[in-house]
Design a protein around this ligand. Structure first.
Ligand SMILES: Cc1cc2nc3c(=O)[nH]c(=O)nc-3n(C[C@H](O)[C@H](O)[C@H](O)COP(=O)(O)OP(=O)(O)OC[C@H]3O[C@@H](n4cnc5c(N)ncnc54)[C@H](O)[C@@H]3O)c2cc1C
Ligand SMILES: Cc1ncc(C[n+]2csc(CCOP(=O)(O)OP(=O)(O)O)c2C)c(N)n1
Ligand SMILES: [Mg+2]
Length: 570
């Protein structure tokens, strides 16, 4: 079949199972847009190319399938950079397709020419420049293969205008991926399994560190079986949340900078850390010199580059987590860890810090109340919470108890403000039957709020909860703790978010009191369309506990008592 390069692009996407793409047109990608009319694929017009990449990313995180974003050359492509870096840091599989100036013009500073493969080299898993129509099919097949296999990640395919306009024979089956140097299928040696088993069976105080890789490899059932069989408590990374249900008795909660105190203490006291699909981020370890000093470490990880990168380990099992656990599980013996589990329960008892929840209603509204009430109303259903970055993100992780994988979508590694609203659009497109809640700060919301128009144009029922504290709250917290309350550039003068939403035709309401939270959440759920709720919360609350940067993991700043309240009631 003879087709143009543009037609081949859409045919390839269809063959990859793509039903939706997120994009924004422009000169160098216009031939591809012209051929869209022949395709069954639904194109979602975004308001900024950063939004397209976060939508593709949110789509991927909510579904496990590859998300696709499309942009023109030059400014269209460079607007994608933040979204690509976000996906790269969190191993999210997206394919970004960009138009490029004609191949004969490359290097001439042609109109809207940017060397986007050069720009994105360090923030993509792989990228390509295609200059001929007959290179498009093979490249796109490889791009999808690379994005979704092994450790997933973003792949960018830059296609020149003449490659889109040219034509050639299209034969999908004739162009399988050819990547002889790419080895996503490593597996450990028998001796390494034996070492790991010996460490697990000899440990008295083991802790599983459960990471994002569990969700990526779909190893939830295997991890649960391992924990239950060997009676090992499980600590979650931010991106591992949902890998084991929050209500599971062995689930301790989140570790790290804003993790639960008893989790961090248990890690520091452990004699074995069993790290499953997590990469020892600095938010997770605290000071590396003082990290889990008495623990042997086993690292199960698909990417050899992660082994001994931050934490030196005793045994590394390099391979797909699910496959590795299939090998290990039959050999795991039941062990009695009653004493250790009892000790952790005691640690828990000593550090009851969730005081805001149990306080009588003082007239002040805390973010914790809002998150808790959203959780109470929505957690029994198929709900996806998409957060932005900042204090509200940490409160969500602490107060929303996630029972299912892919029910929390959040930017962990890059910590990209502006992620939530577009990522929620991607999540809703991926799983239209799910209830989608955006939990976003007043700062981050303003970074990508233009995508409200995309929500309306696509008729998506998304619930937006702005946790409005009038501050770039997380930065204010650092200024409070470490810069003598010198609040430079953190107080926000905000627009009236209710009227902003109304301007887009989105139903909206403001909430200032605790008693109003549940009714507002219920009203939003019942409304037939998107809803924005502006929750005006305590302005100078902080996230506790907190491990200061550079401090040991169990050296935590705790909530001062009695609770200090500062915001004036309106
Ligand atoms: C404001 C803020 C505060 C934060 N505070 C905390 C905090 O208190 N606690 C916390 O935990 N995080 C925190 N984070 C997030 C933190 O920065 C990291 O993003 C997070 O800890 C990473 O979790 P992870 O290692 O599980 O996931 P990733 O970074 O996604 O790593 C996943 C790992 O799994 C591997 N993998 C992928 N697929 C497979 C497979 N099939 N088999 C085996 N391995 C696989 C990958 O190679 C990778 O090494 C915070 C972020 C922000 C923005
Ligand atoms: C794009 C981007 N710029 C700057 C930062 C640094 N930063 C991290 S949290 C934060 C404050 C977020 O404020 P807001 O969105 O209001 O959320 P809050 O912390 O108040 O809940 C800032 C500025 C970032 N993470 N991302
Ligand atoms: Mg804020």
């Amino acid at each position: 079949m003879r087709l143009t390069g543009s037609e081949i692009i859409w045919k390839c996407l269809e063959r990859e199972g793509v039903k939706h793409v997120f994009g924004y047109p422009g000169g160098a990608i216009l031939p591809a847009y012209d051929a869209l009319k022949h395709s069954t694929i639904h194109h979602i017009l975004v308001r900024h190319e950063q939004g397209a990449t976060h939508m593709a990313d949110g789509f991927a995180r909510a579904s496990g399938n590859v998300g696709v974003a499309i942009a023109t050359s030059g400014p269209g492509a460079t607007n994608m950079v933040t979204g690509i870096a976000t996906a790269m840091m969190d191993s999210s599989p997206i394919v970004c397709i960009t138009g490029q100036v004609g191949s004969k013009l490359i290097g001439s500073d042609a109109f809207q020419e940017t060397d986007i493969t050069g720009v994105t080299l360090p923030i993509t898993k792989h990228n390509y420049l295609v200059t001929r129509a007959d290179g498009i099919a093979r490249t796109l097949r490889e791009a999808f293969f690379v994005a979704r296999s092994g450790r997933p990640g973003p792949v960018l395919v830059d296609i020149t205008k003449d490659a889109q306009q040219g034509s050639c024979e299209f034969d999908w089956d004739a162009v399988p991926p050819q990547l002889p140097g790419y080895r996503p299928d490593l597996s450990p040696e028998p001796a390494e399994y034996a070492q790991a088993l010996a460490l697990i069976h000899n440990a008295e105080r083991p802790v599983i560190l459960a990471g994002h890789g569990i969700v990526i490899s779909k190893a939830m059932a295997e991890v649960r079986e391992l924990a239950e069989r060997a009676h090992i408590p499980v600590a979650m990374t931010l991106l591992g949340i949902g890998a084991l249900p929050a209500a599971h008795p062995l689930n301790l909660g989140m570790m790290g900078m804003h993790g639960e105190a008893w989790v961090n203490s248990a890690i520091q006291e452990a004699d074995l850390l069993l790290a499953l699909g997590m990469r020892f981020d600095d938010r997770v370890t605290g000071n590396l010199k003082q990290y889990a000093p008495n623990a042997k470490k086993i690292h199960v990880e698909i990417d050899p580059a992660e082994i001994n990168k931050c934490v030196k380990v005793d045994v590394a099992l390099v391979g797909d987590l699910r496959e590795v656990l299939h090998e290990l599980l039959p050999k795991i013996e039941t062990c009695d860890r009653t004493e250790w589990l009892h000790h952790i329960t005691e640690l828990k008892g000593h550090s009851a810090v969730r005081d805001i929840q149990s306080l009588p209603d003082s007239g002040h509204l805390y973010a914790a109340h809002v998150i808790n009430d959203i959780w109470q109303e929505t957690h029994t259903g198929d709900t996806i919470v998409v957060t932005d970055v900042g204090q509200h993100q940490m409160w969500e992780a602490q107060y929303y108890k996630h029972e299912a994988p892919r029910s929390l979508v959040t930017s962990g590694g890059l910590g990209t403000m502006g992620f939530a609203l577009p990522a929620a659009i991607g999540a809703k497109v991926a799983r239209p039957e799910a209830e989608v809640w955006v939990v976003v700060g007043d700062g981050g919301f303003q970074m990508t709020m233009a995508e409200l128009a995309t929500i309306v144009q696509e008729k998506l029922k998304i619930h937006i909860a702005i946790i409005n504290n009038g501050f770039l709250g997380m930065v204010r917290q650092w200024q409070e703790f470490f810069y003598e309350k010198n609040y430079q550039a953190t107080p926000l003068l905000n627009p009236d978010f209710v009227r902003v939403a109304e301007a887009y035709g989105i139903r909206s309401m403001a909430v200032t009191k605790r008693a109003e939270v549940l009714p507002a959440v219920r009203a939003a759920r019942q409304h037939d369309g998107p809803v924005l709720i502006n929750f005006k919360v305590e302005q100078e609350d902080s996230v506790y506990p907190m491990v200061a940067a550079g401090a040991a993991l169990d050296d935590m700043i705790r909530r001062p008592s009695p609770l200090v309240e500062t915001a004036a009631d309106e």
